[in-house]
Ligand binder design. Structure first.
Ligand code: ADP
Ligand code: MG
Length: 693
């Protein structure tokens, strides 16, 4: 249960004065419906009213604050005219302008001869200083009523900055003194304030440096958030580790056999990750591990080698791919090798129906199939294994984060390995997959040919077509990827269709078109034709599958490459890396080309290292975009920004591990304070672990 000291912060917004039901709805859309949500609504800037030059020295557009004396009123003759009041400060005159004045409000506020402190934006009109509707007017003898610095927040219709300032002021007053959860020495070293102090500072910036993400107060809060995130993931990871699993220890006969029929030797990186995975598989607990490797790093063979452990123990293994094409491709590779060593495999996709499906399921239940390969179809209700011990999910990021938790439920204490083909920056691995162990293949098989990447303007498209013509005549195949138009598949499609039509005029029947609106079976058919070489040039939207293997296709042309994400372009380019000869990738861009896009395209030109590219992509675009999973459970931080606070995350990750090593049950005084931190960032899930145990 949440500690009572936090109740005031988790109370509904209505408990603040001046907040009614309707206002709550607006606020809920803006930041949330609890008091603490207001505190996480961070300023985007501030208005500085400290400027106190004489009126004669102020400039057009400046915020001016100062003491003035009221000289005279000019009452409008018609309703359309504004109400004007002349004031002066001894150096110059200023006209206050009011539109739509009701009753005597203005007359009362500005009696002639009175002295007032006012603040607002100066305009110069026909050489005359003016200020329409001053932001603040206070009596000259009450200067303390003038807020010299006004914090500016992101707003929404119906919520003004003044209201927000008032409410956040109230919310801040509710923040209790909390026991310090951070290491005191680290705090001192970083010169960070206390939690409460940091919140105060963040909401009351004094200069521009204070609203930067690297201001000490912001760093402190970001670190709090990151530590809460890393600590809760570490707690879940520890909990999973303690779950009883089964040991798949074995003599390794099947693996030896496989190695003897492999046409190549494993790379050191492959050997290392296999050992890492096996240390989990052989252990008594359940495995939950992420395997990363760039396109072409040889993950499939790692998957197969490790699955043989289950088979040798007399159990079953399954590998799941996100699409039918990929599942089929895996099945091809895996069954070819397995046939040679007497291991039974089968493919199960949505295409397997009726009698053959029934037969397959019977064999599976009887234990006559050792390795099952497929799509999500693997995990439909009626698929029952005899004894599933190990599940591999390929190209994970397309499956939601929640789905991964449901995966192992088919099996009996199943071990789970997740493989991703999209390199994920270290920071995102920590925040999104921090509940899993982690392995990385950081080396490609020797002898891979480099890809020549060229960047050129779309205006040179006819040169590209000419060169393509020559290449296709020599028997090479090529992909032509059409622009992605944001939010609109329809427009994507019409661009691709148009390009297809125009290329058909040149290349005739050798051109095919594939796009996301096609049925799975239609896509498969086109892909098959391309694989067989019946099509030479494949025009597509971005649907061409990650990992599809057509060794004869060594050219990739991307139209409007500036509209794609870096990681996406890297993936596309990866498709021609599997070829018999060195690939060439042509990135065509349209104008106007922004600085960011230009530097993105140059990054691609200069490196093929997917991990480096992923880090760049993160810097340029932010986490959700990179993973392509904004919708599937990507956690958005409220204070922390991974493109700025990446180093803090790494520290938080180490800190979390250290904390659990020293105080596994969070019992020490600091441990107790850390529990409060977890509640504060709503990581209640992690704490349940303790309460249950
Ligand atoms: P990915 O990691 O992209 O899934 P794959 O497993 O599809 O990569 O492997 C890509 C290609 O590299 C395949 O043709 C595979 O046979 C080959 N390969 C894998 N490991 C090695 C190795 N150690 N030496 C040479 N070729 C390898
Ligand atoms: Mg693969």
């Amino acid at each position: 249960m949440r500690p009572s000291i936090l109740y005031p912060l988790f109370a509904p917004l209505e408990t603040l004065s001046g907040i009614g039901k309707r206002y709550c709805v607006l606020m809920n859309n803006l930041c949330g419906d609890k008091v603490i949500d207001l505190l996480w609504h961070l300023p985007s800037g501030f208005i500085d009213r400290r400027c106190n030059v004489p009126l004669s020295q102020t400039l057009d557009g400046k915020i001016w604050t100062g003491k003035v004396k009221v000289i005279e009123h000019a009452v409008p003759k018609t309703k359309k005219q504004p109400y004007r009041i002349a004031v002066e400060d001894g150096t110059d005159q200023l006209i206050l302008v009011f539109f739509k004045v009701f009753g005597d409000s203005v007359t009362k506020q500005f009696p002639v001869g009175a002295e007032k402190i006012i603040s607002g934006k100066i305009e110069i009109f026909n050489g005359q200083l003016q200020m329409s509707h001053p932001d603040y007017v206070v009596d000259a003898f009450k200067p303390e009523q003038m807020p010299l610095i006004e914090t500016v927040y992101p707003l929404t219709a119906g919520v003004t900055n003044k209201m927000l300032n008032k409410q956040i002021f109230q919310a801040l007053a509710r923040v209790p003194e909390l026991p310090e959860w951070q290491d005191e020495r680290y705090l001192a070293q970083q010169k960070w304030p206390s939690f409460k102090g940091a919140l105060q500072m963040v909401h009351h910036p004094q200069n521009f440096a204070d609203i930067e993400p690297n201001a000490p107060a912001r760093q402190r809060l970001a670190y709090d958030e990151l530590l809460a995130n890393q600590l809760s993931l570490a707690i879940v990871r520890e909990r999973l580790k303690k779950q009883k699993g089964r040991s798949l220890a074995n003599a390794g006969k099947l693996k030896e056999k496989l190695l003897s029929v492999l046409p190549f030797a494993l790379t050191d990186a492959q050997k290392r990750v296999i050992a890492e995975i096996e240390s989990d598989l052989f252990g008594e607990y359940r495995m939950s591990r992420l395997l990363q490797g760039d396109v072409g790093s040889g993950k499939t063979i790692v998957a197969l080698m490790t699955m043989l452990n289950a088979v040798e123990c007399g159990c079953q293994a399954a590998i799941m791919a996100p699409t039918e094409i990929l599942a089929e491709q895996h099945a091809e590779t895996i069954s070819e090798l397995c046939d040679k060593i007497g291991v039974k495999t089968a493919l199960l996709t949505g295409n397997v129906k009726g009698k053959s499906r029934k037969l397959l399921l019977e064999e599976l239940a009887a234990g006559n199939i050792d390795i099952l390969i497929g799509t999500h179809a693997l995990f439909t209700e009626d698929v029952a294994f005899k004894d599933l011990a190990y599940v591999i999910v390929d190209e994970q990021h397309r499956f939601g984060v929640k789905q991964r938790l449901n995966l192992s439920q088919k099996g009996n204490l199943c071990d789970v390995l997740v493989m991703t083909a999209t390199p994920i920056p270290r920071t995102l691995v920590l925040t999104q997959f921090g509940d899993m162990e982690y392995s990385k293949i950081d080396e490609l098989p020797a002898g891979r040919k480099p890809i020549a990447t060229t960047v050129m303007p779309l205006s040179k498209i006819h040169n590209v077509v000419e060169a393509l013509q020559r290449k296709l005549n020599t028997g090479t195949q090529a992909y032509w990827v059409c622009p992605l138009v944001e939010e609109s598949e329809k427009i994507d499609l019409s661009a691709a269709t148009e390009r297809y039509e125009s290329l058909r005029k040149i290349f005739g029947d050798a051109v095919g078109l594939i796009h996301g609106k096609m049925k799975e079976s239609e896509k498969d058919a086109i892909m098959e034709k391309f694989k067989q070489g019946m099509l030479k040039l494949l025009v597509s939207t971005t649907v061409i599958e990650v990992g599809v293997n057509v060794p004869n296709a060594t050219i990739m042309i991307v139209e409007h490459a500036e509209r794609f994400g870096l990681a996406q372009l890297h993936q596309l380019r990866g498709r021609i890396k599997r070829g018999f000869e060195a690939g060439s990738c042509i990135l065509m861009y349209g104008y106007p080309l922004s600085e960011v896009s230009r530097s993105r395209l140059n990054t691609l030109k200069s490196t093929e290292d997917g991990f480096l590219i992923a880090e760049e992509d993160l810097k340029l675009r932010g986490g959700g975009e990179v993973l392509g999973t904004r919708q599937s459970g990507f956690s958005n931080f409220r204070v922390a920004d991974l493109s700025v606070h990446g180093d803090l995350l790494l520290t938080a990750s180490k800190d979390a591990a250290l904390i659990l090593r020293q105080d596994q049950n969070l019992q020490s005084p600091r441990g107790q304070a850390l529990r409060t931190l977890l509640y504060l960032f709503e990581q209640d899930e992690a704490i349940k672990t303790y309460n249950a145990g």
